[in-house]
Each structure stands twice: as structure tokens, then as C-alpha cells.
Design a protein around this ligand. Structure first.
Ligand SMILES: Nc1ncnc2c1ncn2[C@@H]1O[C@H](COP(=O)(O)OP(=O)(O)O)[C@@H](O)[C@H]1O
Ligand SMILES: [Mg+2]
Length: 696
């Protein structure tokens, strides 16, 4: 009880002391106000130390006391000496002020436009954004369009007509864009107060506001007869004024607004997607690679740069993000760089292809969906077809690559035998192959057996004394010799057999490291074979997003027979329709631009909407620079770019980025390929440190 009384008394005493202190402070502030200097946002003045003369109660002497300038500015704004309003300006203490509203926005705002407005000296800028639904906007726009069309027809004033026509064009474009992209929109209002202490300063400030805003292609208007409402709209407590909003509120896209903000990343960012990298200021860049907006019309990536600069590493980082979003992923991994990440982090599957008897088999004779290039150009929307006729071309290419010494007449015989082999399985040019399974197709040995059968027949004819063409006989015999390796000999484990490759995993790495060691020609055929399988998997479900990564993509290029490259190019072209993204990773663009294959190579690496260029030099840099029209500063950057830094391009926008990943993520994506080496290096470094500290 006694304790409670003591606490109560303490509280009472504290309250009395606080009240007394407040009273004396109020007096000081009031006096300070009498000698005011206003500090309003953006004021262009060298900061003068605020000094107030305060009469001390105890002495009659005047003494200088410093007042926090921030506090003073707030006090001046909340309780100015005097405020009086005219039609087009108002007085606020010792300032003359004019309230403006922005009444028209451009559909293509300049990056950071709002920041530019907010940076105009001697102004206060106030903005309000209210999200609305797209449907409302479309309706409102359609109404406005009608009114404008009416005005355009009736007006005789040339300038007015021009303005209205421009307005119609903008509105139409906005409607189209919103319809296409489904972008978020909102009502946006921007009030600008321009001020000056003298008449001259005020005039200067006003003309600066008018010219700067016009230069941004926006329209600015004095809030005539609405100065008070304008002032209240820009007041720190912000009270929306219906009269002001009526003329200032305009509908703009959310991206246009964010795009203008001073806090917007100076580089690039989407509002959805995954963490991509950082820009040079350390701002996070978010990328939604599936977004179709503006000039981002596909989801393909081209990644180029010298070995060890971080190409695979950055792609792994992107893949990890996409995997978390549920994207299906196929990786052609010739250096086993992705194996660890796929197995340990993504719960995916690694399939070894074409290496030995344990590897998965892809039967080259199995008919697959391969989009032909000529069809593509004529009608890119046409469905991919899979039939014997189109597949025969693929098989012919396969034999061309494989059987270098084959003559024209032998080729014709081989084609004949191939068709017969399909016929044996009931597959003709008219067959619908969609219901067929892996074991419904002939294998290489079937062709070989047919050749042998023909030879036996001819032998028997000979025995019977019938006439047999020596040329034909020799052709068959030679053909059998050529086909032996594929069908029953040393390479038969790669080519002869039903397709056994299979995976339902969301993430599949195709370990192609065992592709015919030392035989460049075979590698390319195998690459092509794998590509056709991957494309068939990826294009099965159009709704599902899928990424196909081709690392060390130069491996598939064959200048004489660019079949694999053409197929890659076609995949990249058609990917958009199937929600498929093709990521082409290689060390040099030069490989893709050799005269014989340039028409395909350039298209493959040139048309991807996303590009990442890592450090490079010499001829490679030169070609890169020519192909993408790099600026001098960009070339300099690439010449000296450190590991993990790249010149990234999103649509037509270029930004220098840093693939900076946290340790947690680095652990997940390092490993495999060169990463293993780095890991080893790091371990030995750590050993060194321990050793040193022991000695110390
Ligand atoms: N952004 C990065 N941050 C940290 N380490 C990196 C980064 N980029 C690359 N590295 C390291 O360098 C190694 C080689 O990079 P990698 O992506 O394999 O090069 P590339 O594919 O260009 O030949 C990686 O294993 C990784 O350890
Ligand atoms: Mg690599």
C-alpha cells in the first residue's frame, strides 16, 4: 500500500515537471518563429545555421540559441506566419508559391522521369498512386477515345487537332498493350509546388518547372483557382482534394510509375520472377524470363565468354531459381558440371548417354518431331509433324555424317533398305506414328540384315547362273561393310538398339561426357540425336515451362553438316509457342559465325532476348562487338571483366551485372567440372592458413 502511494506521488511530480518544461519550450518556439526562415524541400540555398534570438527569463540580456533546422522547417510548415491565396499563386510566409498539376503522361516515359521531377530545385512534389482494375481502365479509355474522336472531327483548330490525334494514338496503343500484357495500372496524381522568396526567384522556379516537365513529354498546368486545394494536396499531412484529383489524376501503368521512381534500381528489374544478379550499385535484379513484355518476345538465352569466367555458374544460379518455380529442366552436360546440383539439390536424374553398354540408348531410327527449317520460315505457327517422310531426311543426314565414303548409288540402296526396314515394322509414309512406342521401330541391325539378305539373294541368283549386275552386287557388299560398325561392330552399343532413355524427373541432366572420345564427327551426330530426344520431351506439354540448356554448345557445330545447329535454331524459334527456353552456352561467338553455318548460328545466338556476355578478348570480342553493336565502354568492360561479372541484355536493354550469390547458394551450385577444381584449390588454401597460424 505504502509502495503504491509512493509510485503515485512520483508520477504526479513527473507530470508537473513535464508540464512546466513544455510551457517554457513553447515560449521559446513562439519567439523563434518571429524570426523565421522557411526551409522547404528542394530549397536551393546554402544551408545557413538557424539561429534564434531568445530572451532568457532570468536575464534581460539577449542570448543566441541554436534550433534544429529540421524541427524549424516542420514548425514553419505547420504554423506559418501568414498564408493568402490568389488565382494562380499563393503566399506562404515569405515565399511566393504556385501549385501545378501534371495533366498528361506519355506512354513511353523516360527512365527515372519522376526522379527528374522530384529533383527540380525550389519545389515540393507530391504524388499519389491508386491501383485500379484493368477492366475499369479499358472502359474509361474507350470512353475517352470516343470523346477525343468526336473532338478531332469537330475542331478546326490545327494545334488542338494535332493534340487530340496524338491523344487518340496514345490511348489506342495503351489499350492494345494492356490487352496484350495484362500489366497492372493505377490512377496517378502528381502536384508540384514551385516557390521563391523574391519575385524573380519565384518566376525562375516556375519556368524551370514548366520547361523541365515539358521536356519529359508530359503536360503541366497551373492549378488555376485551385491554389489552396493544390497546396493542401502537397501539404505534409496530405489531404486529397477532389477538385485537384479531377484534373490531375491520370491512369498510368504501374511499371511506368515504378520506372520513374528515384528508388527504382538504376539497372533493371521485373516485379515477378527470381533473383537474377546484382547491378553495379548492388541493387538486386529480379528477372521473370517468361514475361512477354515490349521487346522480350522469347525466353531464350545466349551465354558467351572465356572459360572459367562464370558462364555455367550463372546459369546454374538461374536454374536453381527456376527449379523452385516448378520449371522443367533438361541440361546437355558434356563436362558433368551439373551432375552434382541436379542429383543433390534438385532431386533430379542424371542420364548417361551413348557412352558404353550402361549408357542410355537413343535409337536414331525412332521417328521424332523435328521441325523443318523451310516450313518454319513460311509458317512459324504450323504444328510440328512427325512422320516417316520427314524422319527419313534426318536418317539420311545421319548416314551422311557417319558413312563418309558412301557413293551416290550406295546411298540410294541404303535409303531403299531403310524404307524396307520400316515397312517390316508396319511403318509406311502414311502411318500415324503418335501411338507407337520405343520398341515399335526398326534398329540399325534390321537394315544391316536386309542388306545381307539382298546379298544372299544375289549369291543364290549367281549360283543359279542368273545374270547379276556386278556393280549392284559390289555396292551391296560395300554397304554391308560400311554399316557393320553401326549395326554389329564397335559402335553398335551407341547406335543399334531400341530407345532406352527415359525419365519422368522434373530435372534431367544428360551426361554426354562419354560421347565418342576423340571422334569429333561422332560427337556431333550424338549431339543431334540427344537434341531430338530433348525437344520431344520438352515440347510435349505446351503449358509447362521448360528450359533446355546446351552447355559447351560449340560441340554440336559441324560446318559441313549443320543438322544439329539447324535443329537448335528451330527449337529456339519455336520455343516461344511451347513455353520452352533454349539456353545456348559457349565460349566464343566465332564458332557460330563461320561462313558455312553463319545463317543458322547467327540466328540462334542473335535472336535470344536474354544475353549474358562474360569476359572475352581478341577475335571473339571483335565478332561479339560487331554482332551486337557494342559500345566502346562495353568492349572495355568485357576486356577486363572479372569472374562473375557480365554484360547482360534484357530485350534491348543492356546492364552490367554481377552474379553474386550467397554462400548457401554457392555451395549448392558449385561442384562438378571446374567447380571441383576450385573447391580443391580452396581446401588447399585453407590448409595453408592453418599451417601459417600454427607457425605464428
Ligand atoms: N559469380 C561467381 N561467384 C563465385 N564463384 C564463381 C562465380 N562464377 C564462377 N565462379 C567460380 O568459378 C568456377 C568456374 O566457373 P564456370 O561457371 O564453371 O566457368 P565457365 O562456365 O565460364 O567456364 C566455378 O566453379 C565457381 O567456383
Ligand atoms: Mg562452363
Amino acid at each position: 500500500m505504502v509502495k503504491k502511494i509512493i509510485i503515485f506521488l512520483l508520477i504526479v511530480i513527473a507530470l508537473v515537471v513535464i508540464t512546466m518544461l513544455n510551457k517554457s519550450n513553447n515560449k521559446k518556439v513562439k519567439k523563434a518563429n518571429n524570426r523565421k526562415t522557411n526551409t522547404i524541400k528542394n530549397e536551393k540555398k546554402t544551408p545557413v545555421k538557424d539561429v534564434a534570438l531568445v530572451e532568457e527569463r532570468t536575464s534581460s540580456k539577449k542570448k543566441e540559441v541554436e534550433i534544429d533546422p529540421m524541427l524549424k522547417a516542420i514548425l514553419d510548415t505547420v504554423a506559418p506566419i501568414s498564408v493568402s491565396f490568389d488565382q494562380n499563386s499563393f503566399r506562404f510566409g515569405d515565399k511566393i508559391v504556385r501549385a501545378y498539376a501534371i495533366t498528361q503522361y506519355t506512354p513511353h516515359p523516360k527512365f527515372g522521369w519522376l526522379a527528374d521531377i522530384m529533383g527540380i530545385p525550389n519545389t515540393i512534389v507530391s504524388t499519389l498512386y491508386t491501383p485500379t482494375s484493368n477492366a475499369d481502365l479499358m472502359q474509361a479509355l474507350a470512353k475517352t477515345l470516343n470523346v477525343m474522336r468526336g473532338t478531332a472531327e469537330s475542331t478546326r483548330n490545327y494545334i488542338e487537332q494535332q493534340r487530340v490525334e496524338q491523344g487518340i494514338e496514345n490511348a489506342e496503343e495503351t489499350i492494345k498493350r494492356l490487352d496484350r500484357t495484362g500489366e497492372s495500372v493505377g490512377r496517378f496524381s502528381c502536384i508540384v509546388l514551385a516557390f521563391g522568396t523574391s519575385k524573380e526567384e519565384f518566376q525562375k522556379s516556375c519556368s524551370r518547372v514548366e520547361s523541365k516537365i515539358s521536356a519529359l513529354n508530359l503536360r503541366v498546368k497551373i492549378l488555376s483557382n485551385l491554389q489552396k486545394e493544390g497546396f493542401m494536396s502537397a501539404f505534409p499531412t496530405y489531404t486529397p482534394q477532389a477538385d485537384v484529383l479531377r484534373c490531375s489524376e491520370k491512369i498510368i501503368t504501374q511499371s511506368a510509375m515504378e520506372f520513374g521512381m528515384p528508388i527504382a534500381s538504376s539497372a533493371f528489374s521485373d516485379d515477378t520472377g527470381c533473383h537474377f544478379a546484382e547491378d553495379t550499385n548492388g541493387n538486386m535484379i529480379i528477372l521473370d524470363m517468361w514475361k512477354r513484355i515490349g521487346d522480350r518476345t522469347n525466353s531464350n538465352f545466349t551465354v558467351m565468354g572465356m572459360p572459367g569466367k562464370g558462364k555455367s555458374f550463372s546459369v546454374k544460379s538461374i536454374l536453381l531459381g527456376e527449379w523452385m518455380r516448378g520449371t522443367r529442366i533438361y541440361i546437355i552436360d558434356p563436362e558433368r558440371e551439373y551432375v552434382q546440383m541436379v542429383e543433390d539439390e534438385m532431386e533430379g536424374e542424371v542420364l548417361k548417354v551413348g557412352a558404353n553398354s550402361k549408357g542410355s540408348m537413343i535409337n536414331p531410327l525412332q521417328i521424332r518431331t523435328v521441325s523443318s527449317s523451310s516450313k518454319d520460315e513460311k509458317n512459324p505457327d504450323e504444328e510440328d509433324t512427325a512422320n516417316l517422310a520427314s524422319h527419313l531426311k534426318t536418317v539420311e543426314t545421319f548416314f551422311d555424317l557417319y558413312l563418309e565414303d558412301i557413293t551416290a548409288s550406295q546411298k540410294a540402296l541404303l535409303k531403299d533398305m531403310t524404307i524396307k526396314a520400316y515397312a517390316k515394322y508396319g511403318i509406311t509414309f502414311e502411318s500415324d506414328i503418335y501411338h507407337l512406342t520405343n520398341n515399335d521401330y526398326p534398329v540399325m541391325k534390321d537394315i544391316y540384315d536386309l542388306i545381307e539378305f539382298e546379298i544372299t539373294k544375289l549369291d543364290m541368283k549367281k549360283k543359279r547362273g542368273e545374270n547379276v549386275s556386278t556393280v549392284e552386287y559390289n555396292d551391296y557388299v560395300q554397304l554391308r561393310g560400311l554399316m557393320k560398325d553401326i549395326a554389329v561392330g564397335g559402335d553398335s552399343f551407341i547406335w543399334n538398339g531400341e530407345t532406352t532413355i527415359h525419365s519422368d524427373s522434373k530435372v534431367v541432366a544428360l551426361d554426354t561426357s562419354g560421347f565418342a572420345e576423340g571422334n569429333e564427327k561422332l560427337k556431333k551426330i550424338q549431339y543431334f540425336n540427344v537434341l531430338t530426344w530433348v525437344w520431344e520431351q520438352a515440347s510435349q506439354n505446351r503449358e509447362e515451362r521448360c528450359i533446355i540448356v546446351a552447355d559447351e554448345a560449340y560441340m554440336m557445330i559441324d560446318q559441313r553438316v549443320p543438322t544439329a545447329l539447324i535443329h537448335m535454331r528451330n527449337m529456339a524459334k519455336r520455343g516461344r509457342k511451347y513455353n520452352v527456353s533454349i539456353m545456348t552456352i559457349s565460349h566464343s561467338v566465332v564458332d557460330f559465325l563461320a561462313p558455312a553455318i553463319k545463317q543458322y548460328g547467327q540466328e540462334l545466338i542473335g535472336t535470344s532476348c536474354y544475353k549474358m556476355f562474360f569476359g572475352c578478348e581478341g577475335q571473339n570480342l571483335l565478332e561479339l562487338s560487331n554482332l551486337y553493336d557494342l559500345k566502346e565502354a562495353e568492349r572495355d568492360f568485357l576486356l577486363g571483366a572479372e569472374q562473375g561479372y557480365a554484360l547482360a541484355q534484357f530485350g534491348s536493354k543492356r546492364v552490367i551485372v554481377h552474379f553474386k550469390v550467397g554462400d548457401y547458394k554457392k555451395r549448392r551450385i558449385s561442384g562438378g567440372g571446374e567447380g571441383v577444381e576450385t573447391k580443391k584449390k580452396n581446401t588447399s588454401n585453407r590448409d595453408n592458413v592453418v599451417w601459417q597460424s600454427v607457425n605464428a
